[in-house]
Design a protein around this ligand. Structure first.
Ligand SMILES: O=C(O)CCC(=O)C(=O)O
Ligand SMILES: [Fe+2]
Length: 342
């Protein structure tokens, strides 16, 4: 997205808001003069960018070979999909709801609802088997952010480890699971098992995401990192996850003037079983399960890549206070631990 002086000024104001202690709840986005002033800047920025009824398309690369995928992931400049990239991986035939019920049914996982960045999203713990047994009941179930490789490191072998190495650590070819001793880039992982019709509301993260869609179809709506103001992302001071007040069903119409959607570069695509997505840091995403789904996101932090995506969001993440980045790193494995109420 083209930056202009209004956008740069809004970023500077966001740092001031972060330092001064302005709005933290998603509900109180428009709460003070500073944010009103920032909205005015963004209004100007948006009206320069928005073309009437013309959507600004975000460039998402779709490739069919590993070398093309590696080249784009290394640059971190675009989201990229490798169609059928994991079709031959062991996870494709092995991972199912029944497999996880048997392997780790007694594991207690955080129950996180779809507004994942809100204070109220973390609902406490439930046993994985209880949730899986409840699939098909009236309340739709979605198990998200389970740090599966930390608990069951052997499951890394069900992915293609040399592929993961090449994407995450192209120079040294060395990775390790977060918390394990040794050298190599530490990987976090999040398993998702969801029912058709479940979704995760829009947010973005500081980490790189190598996302393997194992089963089912998943629809992603993504926005360029610089859409943060148009998407009305409140000041949160959280480490590495940012929320937004945007909801595609409610706000995806140019008639709703509060959301300058046409000013944001965005794109939508559907992942099929066996597809691999690389999402660089800070690309906003809203994700819907179009059918029952199993997928895993492998994540790692890279300062350079995070700066390429968004200097503002990277520095704001490092300056987080709820909790601080140092505390977050200590608890980084469990999403529910890092993002519970601080
Ligand atoms: O699949 C989902 O519901 C959310 C995935 C996501 O937000 C992520 O991998 O970062
Ligand atoms: Fe995410």
């Amino acid at each position: 997205m083209k930056m202009n002086i209004f956008y740069s000024a809004a970023c500077t104001l966001r740092f001031i808001e972060h330092m001064l202690g302005c709005s933290i709840d998603q509900d109180s986005y428009d709460h003070n003069r500073l944010s009103a002033f920032r909205d005015g800047l963004i209004e100007k920025h948006s009206s320069r960018l928005a073309y009437k009824n013309k959507q600004r398309l975000l460039d998402v690369k779709i490739v069919s070979t590993q070398p093309e995928f590696f080249e784009i992931t290394e640059s971190a400049k675009f989201p990229v999909i490798l169609r059928d990239g994991a079709k031959q991986w062991i996870c494709q035939n092995k991972w199912s709801r029944e497999f996880f019920r048997k392997k780790c049914g007694n594991v207690r996982v955080y129950d996180v609802d779809d507004q994942i960045t809100e204070q109220s999203a973390i609902k406490g713990h439930r046993e994985l088997s209880d949730i899986i047994d409840n699939f098909g009941a009236s309340e739709k179930e979605y198990i998200r952010f389970v740090p599966i490789l930390n608990r069951f490191p052997e499951l890394l072998q069900d992915l293609d480890t040399s592929f993961v190495n090449k994407v995450v650590s192209p120079k040294k070819n060395s990775v390790r699971i977060w918390g394990e001793k040794g050298s190599g880039i530490p990987l976090r992982s999040h398993l998702f098992i969801g029912e058709k019709g479940t979704k995760t509301s829009i947010h973005c993260e500081l980490t790189n995401n190598l996302f393997i869609n194992v089963q089912g179809q998943k629809q992603w709506l993504i926005f360029h990192p610089s859409s943060m103001f148009s998407l009305r992302s409140p000041v949160s001071r959280k480490p590495g996850v940012f929320g937004s007040m945007f909801d595609s069903e409610r706000d995806f119409s140019s008639s709703n003037s509060a959301f300058k959607i046409n000013a944001c570069e965005h794109s939508s695509f559907i992942l099929q079983p066996g597809d691999i997505l690389y999402l660089p840091p800070f690309y906003w995403h809203e994700v819907k399960n179009l059918s029952d789904n199993i997928s895993i996101g492998v994540r790692w932090y890279d300062f350079k890549k995070a700066m390429i995506s968004s200097k503002t969001l990277n520095i704001l993440s490092l300056l987080s206070t709820r909790p601080s980045m140092i505390k977050a790193i200590k608890n980084a494995v469990e999403y529910g631990e890092v993002h519970k109420d601080y």
